[in-house]
Design a protein around this ligand. Structure first.
Ligand code: NIG
Ligand code: FE
Length: 419
């Protein structure tokens, strides 16, 4: 018998069971499947059983007798939170631009003047592998402290084959070395390099002909993402880049309709993207098409908060049948936070989501957004034992207190990594 761990007597075990096959939509986003005074039994890094102590004792009495015990009295146990959209690997910070925006400059003005994504691209190109590794590792440690057990990580601050590969290699090495699971996305089409902005087509060709094939050959990413926005990549360029990725087995994702309505949600549906992210300005037609084509809406209210912009219309999406996930968008320009708990607060208070919906959106639906729902996102038999333990008596408290960290412990693959 391998290593066993018994998380015992939680005030609530929020299992999120029942949504592994398909993302939760509409009413299903309210179904958390809670066990009061519940236990979780873990063996060899996987979930062996979830239920009340009586139920588990009947079936697994012998295993329980031998198991290490983690007492969760008065606490709330959930699946480890999943952050399905981060720009984890980058160098430096942009607090100077924050100060400029507070004086009235816009995000796009700063980017068009050579700052924004370009500023972080310069810093990331200058940074060597070890520096990027160290900075990103510290972010992963913080994600753990805040209850996150899997993150998606995008490249996109290299904008050349050499530096995009460097970012992705850092993510790959951290995925090996660090207990956190990292799911990688290639985002060479995050911006057109400053010196090529007047003539972006050669860069688009390099993304398609040079970068995508090499990233795929080295198996450095699962997904291919594009910043489809006026002044960045047009819908036509975005479509070509996403279609090219598909030929190499990279599933499309898209930064869509963040600053202006630009057909990004529609494009996501047309190319069969697994998710369309941001969607602050998504059109009704785009939302309808996403619902009809099973495209997850990954909403990033931290970005609207930090850019002082209008929030995505989560209610219209959820009520219209779009499955929704939430994420930090962790990055130095538009959302410098690593707290998915704060994003849950924003989901409720600024986008009209319910506490049940935000929990669904940061667990099982977030797992679907990165193609991992078969192994994570819920506390169900056979899944990886990725678990967050919060020092609150019920799940409602998670999106009630704001700007606080309720994490008491985190179990990753059956091992206690926080607490
Ligand atoms: O998701 N919108 C484009 N990309 C990031 C921001 C990147 C940056 O400002 O450095 C985002 O918001
Ligand atoms: Fe982003």
């Amino acid at each position: 018998m391998g290593k066993t761990l018994h998380i015992k007597n939680a005030a609530q075990v929020v299992t999120m069971a029942g949504h592994t096959e398909k993302p939760a939509r509409q009413k299903a986003m309210q179904e958390l499947n809670i066990i009061e005074h519940g236990s979780v039994l873990i063996q060899d890094g996987r979930i062996l059983a979830v239920g009340t102590l009586e139920e588990l004792t009947q079936e697994y009495g012998n295993v329980l007798a031998e198991a290490e015990v983690l007492d969760a009295t008065g606490k709330t146990v959930t699946p480890g939170l999943i952050d399905p959209h981060t720009h984890l690997v980058h160098a430096g910070t942009r607090e100077n631009e924050y100060a400029m925006r507070l004086k009235g400059k816009s995000y796009m003005e700063i980017m068009n003047a050579g700052g924004g994504i370009h500023a972080t691209t310069r810093a990331t190109r200058e940074a060597d592998f070890d520096q990027l590794y160290e900075e990103s590792k510290q972010r992963l440690d913080t994600f753990f402290q805040y209850g996150v057990t899997t993150v998606e990580a995008k490249s996109g601050y290299g904008l050349s084959l050499e530096h995009e590969l460097k970012q992705l290699e850092v993510a790959a090495k951290l995925n090996k070395d660090h207990a956190m699971d990292i799911v990688s996305t290639f985002m060479g089409a995050h911006a057109v390099p400053v010196d090529e902005r007047d003539n972006p087509e050669p860069f688009v060709s390099r993304v398609i002909e040079e970068m995508i094939p090499e990233v795929a050959r080295r198996k450095l990413a699962d997904f291919n993402d594009v910043f489809c926005e006026r002044g960045v990549f047009t819908p036509d360029q975005s479509r070509r880049i996403l279609e090219a990725g598909k030929e190499y087995g990279l599933t499309p994702k898209i930064h869509a309709d963040e600053i202006e309505p630009y057909g990004g949600a529609e494009l996501a549906a047309e190319v069969g993207a697994i998710s369309a992210d941001h969607l602050l300005k998504a059109s009704d037609e785009g939302i309808r098409k996403m619902a009809a084509n099973d495209v997850m809406g990954v909403l990033l209210p931290g970005t609207a908060f930090f850019l002082m912009a209008e929030y995505a219309n989560a209610r219209k999406m959820i009520d219209g049948g779009v499955p929704v996930a939430l994420s930090t968008d962790a990055n130095p320009g538009s959302s410098p936070t690593l707290s998915l708990q704060f994003i849950m607060n924003l989901g409720c208070l600024k986008m009209g989501m319910t506490p049940e919906e935000v929990l669904t959106a940061t667990t099982i639906n977030a797992a679907h957004a990165i193609g991992r729902a078969d192994t994570i996102g819920s506390l169900e038999v056979g899944k990886q034992a990725d678990i967050a333990i919060f020092d609150v008596p019920n799940y409602l408290m998670l999106s009630y207190n704001y700007g606080m960290n309720h994490v008491d412990g985190v179990v990753k693959g059956g091992e206690l990594v926080v607490g």
